[in-house]
Every structure is written in structure tokens, then in C-alpha cells.
Write a protein that binds this ligand. Structure first.
Ligand SMILES: [Fe+2]
Length: 246
């Protein structure tokens, strides 16, 4: 058992890797509550225009994430314990070769929200910032920290997508459009990285890398949620409310 209790680990103290994952998860849940994401997003999704704006802008938040896996993968060298999680993560994105790809599921959601073609979508400023920040991190952070960043981000699937599933369901999105959220609400992708993350956890430097990555991920999520909510609230300012009409 290892206890991280000195300053560099502040806020992420844990006795093992799953305790650390709980800390990351707890911080995201606190953030969701602090920003009132459930209420604000739920309110916004009552507007058809806002539903389209949400589908169109969240598209950019999640659609490019495979690229970040490739960027970190290109830095990972011959030690397969480091690239195994990335490969498995990408296979999951492809639906494990047995189900529709996650991008295909997202396109179903776009259609349900009234967006027929994803090729013409324009990336909003907050999403461009989010992607730029992630891309920089994947290219420039020390390699193990960049890898840990991807792994830690996967921890957030559970709180984020459970919440999103709840609000899109309430907004009246049909079963085909819900699939993307259902798949992610039940995903356990952090486990795909367990081998390499356990290796990191054994050493103080590795634990520091994990905590550095967690700070980056939690902080970048704050930026993303704040940007997304402001974007939607601006989009629908002054519009009459039309409850649950897709
Ligand atoms: Fe996915």
C-alpha cells in the first residue's frame, strides 16, 4: 500500500489506483454539481435550436479524441505495455468490430437532433480551445503524463455520460439517438489502461505523473463544461421555450 500525502498529491491522496480513480471521479462530480450542469443543460435541451447546438458542438468535443490517442501512441516506443491501452481504446471506438462505431452512433444522435450532415458543422470557439489544449498536452507533456491523461480522461465517462444520458432522455431524444450515450455511460475504459497505470502507481514519479494528468483533465473539463453551457445559453437567449419538441 502506498499513501500519497505530501503536497504534490494534494487533493488526490489515495492508497491505491482505484482510490486515485475515485478521487478523479469525485472531483468531476463536484464540478458537475457546482456548475449545475444537469439543470442548465436540461433547461437548454428544451429548445430545439439548443438541442441542435448541443449536438453540433459536443460533436467536436468527442469526435476528435481518437486523434489524441494516435498522437500519444506515436510517442510510445516499443514497450507494448504503454501502447496496449491506446490500441484497445481505439478498438472500442470502432465498436469492437462487432457493433456500430461510436462515430456512427453519434451521427444517429445528430440526425435525431435535426442535423443531417456532419461535414458542414463549424467548430465553436470553446471546443477549438478544448481540442487545442488536449493536442498540446498530448504532444508536449512528458510521455507518461500524456498517456496518463488519456487514461484518466476515460474515468470521466461514467459521471459525464450518465448525466448526459439522463438529460437527453428527458429532452425526448429517441432510442436510436440515445445509443451513443448509453454505450459511454456503461463504459469502463480506464480499465483498458490498468496494466500501464498500475506500473506508474508503483513509483513516486509515476504517481506524480498520474496526479499531474488528473489536474490537467479535471481543469480542462471545467473549461469545456463552462464553454459548452455559455455557448448554448447564448444560442438560445430570448427564444420562446418549446418543451420536448425535437
Ligand atoms: Fe467513444
Amino acid at each position: 500500500m502506498v499513501r500519497c500525502s505530501s503536497m504534490p498529491f494534494s487533493g488526490y491522496e489515495a492508497t491505491d489506483l482505484s482510490g486515485f480513480a475515485e478521487r478523479v471521479l469525485g472531483k468531476e462530480s463536484t464540478l458537475l454539481a457546482e456548475l449545475r450542469v444537469r439543470q442548465r443543460l436540461g433547461e437548454q435541451l428544451n429548445y430545439p435550436r439548443s438541442r441542435r447546438a448541443f449536438a453540433s458542438s459536443f460533436y467536436f468535443v468527442r469526435y476528435g479524441f481518437y486523434r489524441h490517442n494516435f498522437i500519444v501512441g506515436a510517442r510510445s516506443g516499443p514497450d507494448e505495455t504503454f501502447w496496449a491501452g491506446l490500441v484497445q481504446n481505439l478498438v472500442e471506438e470502432l465498436g469492437g468490430f462487432v457493433s456500430p462505431t461510436h462515430n456512427a452512433l453519434y451521427r444517429h444522435f445528430l440526425e435525431e437532433a435535426g442535423v443531417k450532415c456532419d461535414a458542414r458543422l463549424r467548430q465553436p470557439v470553446f471546443a477549438a480551445r478544448f481540442n487545442r489544449r488536449w493536442e498540446n498536452y498530448c504532444r508536449k507533456a512528458p510521455f507518461v503524463q500524456a498517456l496518463a491523461g488519456i487514461a484518466v480522461y476515460e474515468i470521466l465517462d461514467q459521471p459525464d455520460y450518465a448525466l448526459l444520458l439522463e438529460v437527453v432522455k428527458k429532452a425526448g431524444v429517441g432510442p436510436k439517438g440515445l445509443q451513443f450515450f448509453e454505450v459511454h455511460a456503461h463504459a469502463r475504459h480506464f480499465e483498458l489502461f490498468e496494466g500501464s497505470m498500475q506500473q506508474l502507481w508503483k513509483h513516486r514519479q509515476g504517481r506524480r505523473a498520474l496526479v499531474g494528468a488528473a489536474r490537467f483533465v479535471n481543469d480542462t473539463q471545467r473549461m469545456m463544461w463552462t464553454g459548452l453551457l455559455s455557448h448554448l445559453e447564448r444560442t438560445c437567449k430570448g427564444l420562446p421555450r418549446t418543451p420536448n419538441s425535437p
